[in-house]
Write a new protein. Structure first.
Length: 254
């Protein structure tokens, strides 16, 4: 296992600025946010020129991409798949093994979500990419049981474990051990159990990093632990010091 920095930590910055900030915090690996409505790399830009996108990812001083977090905004399924295939090609040429896509909300029937994700998994397989969905409130992964059921119904689908959604909110649970065999990526911040405590200063929350790392190790997990302290909406504390603090805390546990 190793620690990486998500560019979502610095979502108000450009991709180049976010990579510079991550380098200044002494990260060597990063997860790139590829969001159509974001300020950094956009899926439509990747689809327009994969090699140009790859060059932008290499702009970070001494930084290597290890994962993508993807949000595609396309009304037509064909256009969504076109952009997703381009992102998978970008992942392949950048030696990125994992692409995370957002699961649908609960208003989408489970069988429709299974069909949608099964197609994305097949597209990812063409380029040897692991396709994952995050554990996320309000979706078909909002509880450990639902997340496991989804993975069982979509062979090859992985999970991006975001324990904050199992720590705070209506589906908070102290035990989500069942999801670990399906985890292919991890996104971390500190989170409390009270209202408005989805993201708190490192050390003030309830996320058990040591236990998470221990459980991942038991399942043979060898990929990244991504620091994902979100700067949007603006938190009531500076982000960069907390990102640095969580980096060193995680590295001390490995």
């Amino acid at each position: 296992m190793f620690v990486a920095c998500s560019t979502r930590c610095f979502g108000r910055q450009s991709l180049e600025e976010a990579l510079q900030t991550a380098a200044e915090l002494r990260f060597t690996k990063f997860e790139a946010a590829i969001h159509e409505k974001g300020n950094q790399l956009k899926p439509s830009e990747v689809a327009a020129d994969v090699h140009e996108a790859a060059e932008r990812l290499r702009a970070g001083p001494g930084l290597v991409p290890v994962a993508f977090h993807v949000e595609i905004d396309a009304a037509e399924e064909a256009e969504y798949h076109r952009q997703f295939k381009a992102i998978c090609r970008l992942a392949r040429v950048s030696a990125v093994p994992v692409v995370t896509v957002t699961p649908s909300g609960l208003e989408v029937p489970l069988d429709c979500e299974v069909k949608r994700l099964s197609k994305l998994v097949r597209l990812g397989d063409v380029d040897g990419i692991n396709v994952c969905v995050p554990t996320l409130s309000g979706t078909h992964t909002q509880t450990p049981e639902q997340a496991v059921e989804l993975c069982e119904k979509v062979p090859g689908l992985g999970l991006t474990l975001d324990p904050s959604h199992y720590t705070a909110g209506p589906h908070a649970t102290k035990n989500y051990d069942a999801v670990y065999p399906y985890v292919r990526h991890v996104a971390l911040r500190d989170t409390g159990r009270g209202p408005n405590q989805f993201q708190v200063r490192v050390g003030q929350g309830e996320v058990e990093y040591g236990r998470i790392i221990q459980q991942l190790g038991r399942c043979g997990y060898k990929l990244s632990l991504s620091v994902e302290m979100l700067d949007q909406p603006p938190p009531p504390f500076p982000i960069a010091p907390e990102v640095r603090k969580l980096k060193y805390l995680l590295e001390s546990l490995l």
